[in-house]
Design a protein around this ligand. Structure first.
Ligand code: F6R
Length: 615
């Protein structure tokens, strides 16, 4: 949830850390801080609120040094106030720590340390880590920061990403990863090294990075780094080259990252399809899935696990995989799945969908699947993330960094990835002839252009948003493959505009929700020309009969719908399976424009974080 940045080298660490935090601020942002080693002491500057507050504080009380760590926090234990912001100093000021994760046994540890005379200054669980390190440094570790950290983290329950700096050994940073509380990337440069919880933080400085696995530690100095297991064994790890272009993480002409990312989708979908369809031979090629035809034929069902927007994407993928590969698909929330003692074996493929690749619930579901012998796949955006590494095979979204907290281009690219997966499974399992694949692939090839045409609705949607932004409740209705889009449309609206919105399968209206409808209720109905079109028209009529304001998403050329709905947004025609991609683009724009009109903080909505690494 939080962001970590560290630097050791020859330059002033402060601007590097602050710029890195700026790029990570989207992950969590209720307080922020930085610690530097300078003049034989560790100096800490922290502030509640956003990074701008810390910048002001550093200007007022300057600090500099060639080694330091920084953190943006999303509160789990203790209010978002200055004393709870990271970095946390040990009682004697010898060590300082930044941390992502939750120390599950912190109360117990805090009691023990307090009984030994340790005085705590914050309400956080993190502070026990630094106090333990100081304690072990004097008892057993002989002042060595890596050894003291190793001993301290063995006392902790839970998942953690930790970076430690020491006044006694000010030439090094020590980073530890345990479980899935977020990643630790070590970036290499000339006479300098970087540490970050997330790649974009340091991408301006280096494209060469290695990633800690769980229960590994990095000892990072100006001219060297060493990776060890927590047992103390050396690990041979070489940096990988990370291809992201940092330019694509800059807002450019757009007012918000979310807006930029919505408009990026014609490009990102093109990148997702790129190189994966052999149009000449009517074949799909997904080498990173590591799947043979023989193994594909052994699969009897697919279980998709994901959270939030990625879960809704999985609900759409179910239609693809069932229809194109003739495999049963179950879709479940990562947070629910692992507590059900699910029935899994080698005939099940578990597909995890996660933009960040670090969502703790989704990762836990993947681990459960692996322990039970299932085949584990992931669809991920963050290159090098845990979900990519622990899967037997993966498909990358190729969406580029998504900075806006509300997911947009990661949603559509993950839908496209599942379409490719379904075609690939259909092909390997002998369920789709080359001719059928050619027809589906051609529809896919036209999709980026149709997304571009859908984006031309921008002006009409802004106008519509001006008319409806002040309502306090919205209902989104869809059926079949567009029902998940009703859910996703409602989620987008609620998370960025704070308007209460619900998505419903339209056929369920009469079983309860219709009671909500009156003239104060805008109803967004996805009524495309598909096999449930007539049924959607009748739902619209029922809503209108109760004075709802109906906003319909319709297929170009449909004149009937104009007579039924108050507002119509026309989408280009495409295959029914791919229509959700166009519908969602229109609903993303609607949510965006409503939120902007209400003056909401679109890119960093309250209470949310980009990467959810706590349960
Ligand atoms: C909503 C949103 C979240 C994420 C969810 C899972 O716009 O972004 O609902 O989809 O937190 O995140 P990932 O895909 O990183 O696992």
């Amino acid at each position: 949830m939080c962001g970590i940045v560290g630097y050791v080298g020859v330059r002033d660490a402060v601007p590097i850390i602050l710029d890195g935090l700026q790029r990570l601020e989207y992950r969590g942002y209720d307080s922020v801080g930085v610690a530097l080693y300078a003049d034989n002491v560790i100096q800490v500057r922290r502030q509640a609120g956003k990074l701008a507050n810390l910048r002001q504080c550093v200007e007022a009380e300057p600090v500099s040094g060639t080694i330091g760590i920084g953190h943006t926090r999303w509160a789990t234990h203790g209010a978002p106030v200055e004393r709870n912001a990271h970095p946390h100093l040990s009682m004697n000021g010898e060590f300082v720590v930044v941390h992502n994760g939750i120390v599950e046994n912190y109360l117990e540890l805090r009691e023990e340390l307090s009984a030994e005379g340790v005085i705590f200054k914050s309400d956080t669980d993190t502070e026990v880590i630094v106090q333990l390190i100081e304690e072990f440094a004097s008892n057993g570790a002989h002042g060595d920061v890596a050894e003291a950290t190793r001993l301290a983290v063995q006392q902790l329950r839970g998942a953690h990403a930790i970076v430690v700096m020491s006044r006694r050994q000010p030439d090094r940073l020590v980073a530890v990863r345990i479980g899935n509380a977020g990643g630790i990337a070590v970036g290499t440069g000339e006479h300098e090294h970087f540490i970050a919880s997330d790649i974009p933080a340091i991408l301006d400085y280096t494209h060469h990075m290695l990633f800690l696995e769980s229960r590994q530690m990095a000892i990072v100095k100006r001219d060297s780094y060493e990776i060890q297991t927590l047992g103390g064994q050396s690990v041979h790890a070489l940096p990988q080259s990370i291809p992201y272009d940092p330019i694509s993480a800059v807002k450019g002409e757009f007012k918000h990252f979310m807006q930029k990312e919505i408009f990026d989708q014609a490009r990102s979908i093109t990148d997702t399809i790129g190189g994966r369809v052999d149009f000449e031979n009517s074949q799909v090629v997904l080498p990173s899935l590591n799947l043979t035809a023989e193994r594909a034929q052994q699969i009897e069902r697919v279980v998709t696990v994901a959270c939030g927007t990625s879960y809704y994407s999985g609900l759409i993928g179910k239609f693809f995989i069932e229809q194109l590969a003739r495999l049963n698909v179950e879709v479940d929330y990562g947070s629910e799945y692992r507590y059900r003692d699910p029935i899994l074996d080698e005939t099940t493929a578990v597909l995890a969908i996660t933009q960040s690749g670090e969502t703790v619930d989704t990762l836990a579901a993947m681990e459960e699947a692996r322990d039970k012998g299932a085949l584990v796949w992931s669809i991920v955006n963050a290159v090098g993330s845990q979900a990519m590494r622990i899967a037997d095979g993966y498909i990358s979204m190729n969406a580029g960094p998504e900075i806006g907290v509300a997911s947009t281009k990661a949603f559509t690219t993950s839908v496209v990835d599942q379409y490719l997966l379904a075609l690939y499974l259909g092909q390997l399992r002998g369920k789709l002839a080359p001719d059928a694949i050619r027809i589906h692939a051609q529809a896919l090839a036209r999709l980026p252009d149709l997304v571009g045409r859908t984006l031309e609705l921008e002006g009409a949607i802004r106008e519509l948003a001006h008319q409806v932004y002040s309502y306090t409740n919205f209902l989104y209705l869809g059926r079949g493959i567009n029902y998940p889009i009703a859910l996703e449309g409602a989620l987008k609206l609620k998370e960025i505009s704070y308007i209460h919105a619900e998505g419903y399968p339209a056929g369920e209206m009469k079983h309860g929700p219709i009671a909500l409808i009156d003239e104060q209720m805008p109803v967004v109905a996805i009524a495309l020309k598909d096999k449930v079109y007539d049924k959607m028209l009748s739902q619209i009529e029922q809503a209108k009969a109760r004075d709802a304001i109906v906003i319909a998403l319709a297929t170009e050329g449909d004149t009937v719908i104009q007579t039924k709905a108050d507002h119509v947004l026309y989408l280009p025609e495409t295959s029914p399976l791919l229509a959700p991609v166009l519908s969602v683009v229109a609903l993303q724009l609607l949510a965006y424009d409503v939120a902007v009109r209400r003056g909401a903080d679109v890119d960093q909505p309250r209470n949310l974080a980009k990467s959810v690494t706590v349960e």
